[in-house]
Design a protein around this ligand. Structure first.
Ligand SMILES: [Zn+2]
Length: 120
């Protein structure tokens, strides 16, 4: 299989297990996220699951394209729509819909068990 570069990273929210690749791929890939994700990554955060502070993330990990409510990306024959779900798992959750593939990535909004609400 041909090794191709990562062109886009779509962050569904700011938690480290969802943005951990940003600093690795960020210099070359375009990082896209809801505007609150960028704000969270630019400043120190105290997550709901720990009293240990996280961040701020290095600048190369910050999203460079942000949106408030919705964003469309048309790339490589795919129509991708990111929709912000305010008051979800965090204040920056997005659901990503890949129209042609008929696939939805929901981040941590759906955990397969009782929802965890973050007050971060
Ligand atoms: Zn999360």
């Amino acid at each position: 299989m041909e090794k191709r570069p990562v062109r886009f990273l779509l962050n569904t929210h700011w938690h480290y297990d969802h943005v951990g690749g940003n600093a690795v791929y960020g210099p070359e890939a375009i990082i896209v996220a809801q505007e609150n994700v960028r704000k969270r990554l630019m400043t120190q955060q105290i997550p709901f699951w720990s009293r240990t502070a996280i961040g701020p993330s290095p600048e190369r990990a910050w999203p460079v394209i942000t949106f408030r409510d919705m964003l469309g990306i048309h790339f490589a024959g795919e129509d991708v729509e990111l929709d912000h779900y305010a008051n979800g798992h965090t204040d920056g959750d997005s659901v990503v819909h890949f129209a042609h593939a008929n696939v939805v990535a929901v981040g941590d909004i759906f955990l397969g068990k009782a929802s965890v609400i973050s007050r971060c």
